[in-house]
Design a protein around this ligand. Structure first.
Ligand code: 13P
Ligand code: SF4
Length: 312
């Protein structure tokens, strides 16, 4: 039986109230998931909030590395994840054992890794970063100190360009969603909407970043759309963000950029969309699945996330 949204929502609200649970969700989740979230944010905001939040039960609506980050920061809390199979192509592009071997080739380098990594990679990392603070994190490291930047080659080369640093070695990983945008289709949209500003996430390929009026993280793009005088935007990032854009700026118009090999008008992260109201309700009701990380791995991963939060 397909249950209706209103019933599911009221069941979820009731479970949250009874259990004192908090739901955190990324902007890329489905609109109906965003609607039941107590806290909605990008990767950085979610990491910071997970550390601050004093609820004993946190349900993380997003991909599994995000829920793991919350568990690393708050081992005493119950961190629930409705869909543990929700992985991330970027995190999967960096296997911890292979990364350990790579790191051995650069013994003098400091490791900066995106939070979109497994706990195993975080344990090999000195400072984590997200797309919101990657520049700040890299700039906090003395210019003469060589760096390994992992796992996103696009964000890494964008940061290399911004800082002009030649001493950054990149791991060759990528996010399947952000790499799939079509330059041709974006240019076509731009010719149909000449006044529109093109806003791009830095996980996109460099030839896409080159045509951007603004490049930034999910939170930075949202801020830009509010502050910039334009009324129309071509949005070159995961399409879940459109929900928040239309909510915050109902008078403006947002056009999703399409991927290369699809008739689809927008580009979705299939992992983020795996969280549904049904599996979220079941997870909250049963308090399962729960994130479990062995203490040695958790403790090894903690330092890199805390170092990032200290820089923010
Ligand atoms: P931000 O939330 O840092 O913008 O990252 C985007 C992303 O791909 C999250 O998985
Ligand atoms: Fe991972 Fe890309 Fe999905 Fe973000 S959008 S969760 S980086 S696959």
């Amino acid at each position: 039986m397909v249950e209706n949204f209103a019933e599911l929502r009221s069941e979820i609200e009731e479970l949250k109230r009874k259990k004192g649970a908090v739901i955190m969700a990324h902007y890329y989740t489905r609109p109906e998931i965003q609607a039941v979230a107590d806290f909605l944010g990008d990767s950085l905001a979610l990491s910071v909030e997970a550390q601050k939040c004093d609820a004993e039960i946190i349900l993380f609506a997003g991909v599994n590395f995000m829920a793991e980050t919350a568990k690393v920061l708050s081992p005493e809390k119950k961190i629930l994840i409705p869909c543990p199979e929700a992985g991330c192509s970027l995190a999967e592009s960096c296997d911890a054992a292979e990364f350990a071997e790579f790191k051995k080739r650069y013994p003098d380098h400091l490791v900066v890794s995106y939070v979109n990594t497994s706990v195993g990679v975080k344990a090999l990392t000195d400072v984590c970063c997200t797309s919101s603070n990657a520049l700040k994190v890299v700039e906090s490291i003395p210019a003469e100190q060589p760096i390994i930047f992992a796992p996103d080659r696009n964000l890494g080369s964008y940061i290399k360009k911004l800082t002009g640093r030649e001493n950054i070695v990149l791991w060759d990983g990528a996010c399947h969603v952000h790499e799939e945008f079509s330059l041709e289709k974006i240019l076509q949209l731009k010719s149909e909407h000449p006044e529109a500003k093109v806003v791009v996430h830095p996980e996109c390929r460099d030839y896409i970043v080159k045509v951007a009026d603004f490049t930034g993280s999910t939170a930075a793009i949202l801020e830009y759309c509010g502050e910039c005088g334009a009324d129309e935007f071509i949005v070159v990032t995961e399409s879940g963000i459109l929900e928040e854009m239309r909510k915050r700026f109902p008078e403006k118009s947002f056009i999703p950029a399409p991927p290369e090999d699809s008739a689809c008008a927008c580009n979705e992260c299939r992992y983020m969309k795996m969280v549904t109201l049904e599996n979220l309700r079941d997870c909250l009701r049963d308090e399962s699945p729960e994130v479990v990380i062995d203490e040695a791995t958790r403790a090894a991963a903690e330092r890199s996330i805390k170092n990032m939060i200290a820089i923010k």
